[in-house]
Design a protein around this ligand. Structure first.
Ligand SMILES: Cc1cc2nc3c(=O)[nH]c(=O)nc-3n(C[C@H](O)[C@H](O)[C@H](O)COP(=O)(O)OP(=O)(O)OC[C@H]3O[C@@H](n4cnc5c(N)ncnc54)[C@H](O)[C@@H]3O)c2cc1C
Length: 389
């Protein structure tokens, strides 16, 4: 290991690996530090992604794809089910393998990677971040860098150490719980979403198939709800009612920052990417591919900054992210707020109206239209999603 790198990436999740890869591909020296023993484990994720976005980064491979999705099924509070064929394929991943494969692409590009390396502080040179402190096998180390990219996930502390405001209102922190269970007889090409007070107030409940009748079953509720009633109790009720004898293979809990991106995602010597920067799509709660886009943008700009010997270039990251994705997330966030306040009756009415549309004509756009008829005030925000590219 060297004493100094051009770029140090903290965290080897999807956003960290993409930051490391895209920086290393541009010929700068990169070290990625991961606190866990294995990249990609433990998994805290429903593992659903869209194919189109994934293709920007990696060729889909059977070894990390558990199920191929071509339908959504929406279940309203009164139990009425609406099936929506998708014009784009989706995947339910095996993230244990997927994250590992992403990290390998960073390694192939030339990044050095060290696991069991827990970053516990930053180095500063004047007011600028100039490296990290970390613990490895019980020993304390320091390593310098021109730029640190903090991709240390939802519980990120690195950004805060650098003085970046990483606070998120607890209402926007979705409290999530999920099990992976066996003997779940759902269609293996369909992702199921349940809405309403019984399943997941201010959020949604999901069943994502993982092949061989296994599935990820979980939910997210807003911090406000989670304070009064735990997400786990909603999950337990659902399982008791629907799959009382299902074998449980894993159980996880975690937060999803369903909010707009942080106001500042760069500061002297440091950039934030992925969940650490709150780059999750606030409407769906999906953060895998958006974090990868954040990581790619951060890694690319970091390398440009090194190459041009102008570390201030990293400040252009905020704007680049905002233009590429961030401004859409602002609109998604407003739509989320509208939808989360829907009553059970409204969800039921939308499902009933939508189920009258013939299967061949059901599209996500038509579903939105139906939702809009029942809630016209959403129209302005939805229109913006399609106009603001
Ligand atoms: C229950 C649940 C379900 C979800 N379902 C979906 C879904 O279906 N689809 C989707 O797109 N998104 C989903 N998400 C969100 C998704 O998991 C995250 O958005 C995504 O993992 C973010 O990637 P990341 O690289 O930013 O962070 P992470 O994947 O969290 O990676 C951060 C890494 O940093 C490491 N790290 C942290 N601190 C340190 C430190 N101090 N030193 C060294 N290493 C450190 C961690 O060990 C970890 O490996 C879900 C989240 C939850 C909780």
């Amino acid at each position: 290991m060297k004493k100094k790198y051009d770029v140090i990436v903290v965290g080897a999740g999807p956003s960290g690996s993409m930051a490391a890869r895209f920086a290393a591909e541009r010929g700068v020296s990169v070290l990625m530090l991961e606190k866990d023993r294995d990249v990609g484990y433990p998994v805290r994720c429903g593992e659903a992604v869209g194919k189109e976005k994934l293709l920007e980064f990696i060729e889909p491979d059977r070894k990390f794809i558990a199920a191929e999705i071509n339908k959504f099924s929406m279940i309203a509070p009164d139990g009425s089910e609406v099936v929506l064929p998708l014009d784009q394929t989706g995947f339910v991943l095996e993230r244990k393998i997927f994250d590992y494969e992403l990290a390998k692409t960073a390694a192939v590009a030339g990044a050095e990677i060290l696991t069991r390396a827990y970053v516990n502080g930053l180095l500063f040179d004047g007011g600028k971040v100039s490296g990290v402190k970390y613990e490895y096998q019980g020993n304390q180390y320091q390593v310098e860098s021109d730029i640190v990219i903090a991709a240390d996930g939802v519980e990120s502390r690195v950004g805060r150490w650098a003085g970046i405001k990483t606070f998120i209102d607890f209402r926007d922190m979705e409290s999530c719980v999920q099990i992976t269970a066996g003997n779940i007889t759902v269609n293996q090409n369909t992702c199921y979403f349940y809405f309403g007070q019984e399943y997941a107030p201010h959020g949604y409940f999901w069943i994502f198939p993982k092949g061989n009748n296994t599935a990820n079953i979980g939910l997210g509720v807003s911090g406000i709800i989670g304070k009064k009633r735990s997400a786990l109790s909603f999950l337990n009720d659902f399982m008791k009612k629907n799959y009382p004898d299902a074998p449980i293979l894993t159980q996880i809990a975690g937060g999803v920052p369903s909010a707009v991106t942080l106001e500042k995602i760069s500061a002297p010597g440091i950039m934030l990417a992925g969940d650490a920067a709150r780059q999750v799509n606030p409407l769906s709660g999906g953060g895998i591919t958006s974090g990868m886009i954040g990581g790619r943008t951060a890694g690319t700009i970091a390398a440009e900054a090194i190459k041009s010997k102008n570390t201030d270039h990293i400040f252009s990251y905020d704007k680049a992210w905002h233009e590429a994705v961030g401004k859409r997330h602002e609109i998604y966030n407003r739509i989320k707020e509208g939808i989360y306040n829907f009553s059970d009756e409204k969800f039921n009415n939308i499902a009933r109206s939508f189920s009258r549309i013939p299967l061949a004509k059901r599209t996500l756009g038509n579903l939105f239209k139906t939702a809009l008829i029942h809630n016209p005030s959403l129209l302005i925000d939805v229109a913006k999603v399609f106009i603001v590219k």
